[in-house]
Design a protein around this ligand. Structure first.
Ligand code: CMP
Length: 237
């Protein structure tokens, strides 16, 4: 009797956890239950490799606790971070959708928990619950947009990149963070930033224009706002 009670409690608990994964947010409890029944819980220690690039994809992962980094190796052997994902995010869907091998490594940055679905159950869930499929597409559009921004930022020259890094340093030291924005007020003079970045004042002024046009920063006199600190950090650091 006791063990039946415990089992029921476990299923309900998993549904509550799954409700915090936004792509399942629109489903009723009974729909969630039918998905959760097929899921398996996993835990990973900080630093553990969860997925290896080029391996065969068999499961999709839904993060319920912790953080992971998505990485690839550059041609000269450096680790490139493509994205940081946190509780509520999913990963591992790409190879299940296109049948190719894993596109990147996934490494736990903290002790992490995930629920997984195997390929068949994942594809069946997308077919049965169009809302889940649309939510997944929406998130993939967000990720593609971020990648596009990252590609655009790669076209910055070394000097422009050093200026962005100087802004990051100043933001870390003097900025006030509020809901993802970081405000620096007053911002050091352009000549001081130029000296920090080893470039000219004119290049600083031009780079501000580029960063503003791309929506990275907003300026008002000597006040500078980094609009999305995480995005700035991941694109320039
Ligand atoms: P998959 O290719 O199966 O395995 C690696 C996973 O990393 C991939 O699915 C995506 O879930 C995730 N991934 C790869 N590239 C990105 C990216 N640019 N942004 C966020 N997640 C990514």
């Amino acid at each position: 009797m006791k063990s039946i009670g415990a089992a029921v409690f476990f299923v309900v608990d998993k549904i509550d956890i799954l409700k915090k994964v936004p792509i399942f947010g629109d489903l009723s409890d009974s729909d969630l239950r039918s998905i959760v029944d097929k899921m398996v819980s996993h835990t990973y220690k900080k630093g553990q490799i969860i997925l290896m690039e080029d391996s065969i994809g068999e499961h999709c992962f839904f993060l319920t606790r912790g953080k992971v980094k998505i990485t690839r190796l550059s041609s000269d052997g450096r680790e490139v971070i493509l994205a940081l994902l946190a509780s509520g995010d999913f990963f591992g869907e790409m190879s299940l959708l296109d049948g190719e091998s894993r596109s990147a490594n996934v490494v736990a940055l903290e002790n992490t928990k995930a629920l997984t679905l195997n390929m068949e159950d994942f594809l069946t869930a997308l077919e049965m619950y169009p809302k889940v499929a649309i939510n997944l597409l929406r998130e993939l559009a967000v990720r593609l947009r971020k990648s596009d921004e990252q590609i655009a930022s790669l076209s910055l020259s070394d000097a422009e990149r050093r200026i962005a890094l100087s802004l990051l340093r100043i933001a870390e030291e003097q900025g006030i963070i509020h809901q993802g924005h970081v405000t620096v007020n007053p911002l050091p003079f352009q000549q001081d930033i130029a000296n920090m970045a080893g470039t000219s004042r004119e290049t600083v002024s031009r780079t501000y224009g580029l960063l503003e046009a791309d929506g990275y920063i907003d300026r008002d006199g000597r006040k500078l706002v980094i609009m999305d600190y995480d995005r700035f950090l991941s694109d320039f650091s």
